[in-house]
Design a protein around this ligand. Structure first.
Ligand code: NAP
Length: 284
């Protein structure tokens, strides 16, 4: 069996076309959704992510601001800027690109963002709402995965779901969303014993590890839905996921490629959250 490819690129394009229409409807009411992105330091990958986020905003008609600070900036400067953006009516969403330099208290920075503008969904208040099954802003990557399930009509209720990875950005919120959707969820980490025994049971397998081709074909239940969140840069410069795609696609029922799977969905859901924030603020 060769797995059906879950194409995030095509889905992202379709959703973004809808966002342009939503922005058009908001413009009639004098509202333009706005996103402010804060970048601290010179991390090459972070620069690319921030560039792509700002470009995606422009493409669908959102207002965007990019604020770039040197790596040695005093945290107070960034916190003051966040306070200013919290009060800025042009800005409906605020995103601080992670990771921050070591002298920053990352949690304190995330908590400084007004929860109603926390379009990354990392503020404790929004994490709590998600844990209670009443999400306000869903972190963009797991939100993108849920959108792929929805659009592909993959029913999660009663399914065995295994998430490899427990980060605050991907693994944990992904697990909460799957729990909320009625799946039976196992979350694995670097200390998990007999990882393969868990993954082999999974109807839905989500890899968010950060290790190239970590999930091999023998770890996959035949017919499973395999979602590869990993983005790894190989020595030859090519991108590769956490799943050994070529072998896995012969076992899985449905699978996401890297690139072109979850990646394009992450920024798409950032746009969705920002538009949602603007709609809420304007009382729609
Ligand atoms: P992370 O914070 O480094 O977390 C990695 C997780 O994998 C940790 O929970 C770790 O366990 C677990 N892990 C490591 N080795 C393991 C092993 N041998 N067995 C089982 N679990 C193991 O990474 P992240 O931020 O969640 O990101 C994960 C991957 O997704 C990365 O490749 C990242 O680039 C990618 N990513 C992609 C997108 C996208 O848009 N597609 C967005 C965000 C991230 P411990 O907690 O025990 O250390």
């Amino acid at each position: 069996m060769t797995a059906q490819i879950l194409d995030g690129k095509v889905l992202a394009q379709r959703l973004r076309a809808g966002f342009r229409e939503q922005c058009g409807a908001l413009a009639v009411r004098g509202v333009r959704p706005g996103l402010a992105v804060i970048l601290v330091g010179e991390d090459a990958a972070s620069k690319v992510y921030v560039h792509n986020k700002v470009k995606a905003c422009e493409d669908v008609g959102l207002y965007s601001e990019k604020l770039v600070y040197p790596a040695d900036i005093a945290p107070a400067v960034v916190l003051d800027k966040i306070a200013e953006l919290n009060a800025d009516t042009k800005v409906h969403g605020i995103l601080v690109q992670l990771p921050l330099p070591a002298h920053f208290d990352e949690a304190a920075v995330l908590e400084a963002i007004a929860p109603k503008k926390d379009v990354d969904g990392f503020h404790a208040e929004n994490v709590g709402a998600l844990a209670q099954g009443n999400p306000r802003f869903i972190p963009c990557t797991p939100y993108g995965v849920m959108k792929m399930f929805e659009q592909s009509e993959i029913d999660l209720s009663g399914k065995e779901a295994v998430v490899i990875g427990r980060s605050n950005i991907v693994g944990k919120p992904m697990a909460l969303l799957l729990i909320n959707a009625g799946a039976t969820v196992t979350v694995c980490n670097s200390r998990t014993r007999e990882l393969r025994a868990h993954t082999r049971r999974a109807d839905i397998l989500i890899a968010a590890v950060g290790k190239p081709r970590f999930v091999t074909a023998d770890m996959i239940k035949p017919g499973a839905v395999v979602i590869d969140v990993g983005i790894n840069r190989l020595p030859d410069g090519k991108l590769c996921g956490d799943v050994d795609f070529d072998a896995a696609r012969e076992i899985a029922g449905q699978i996401t490629p890297v690139p072109g799977g979850v990646g394009p969905m992450t920024i798409t859901m950032l746009l969705a959250n920002t538009i949602e924030a603007a709609e809420r603020e304007s009382g729609k």
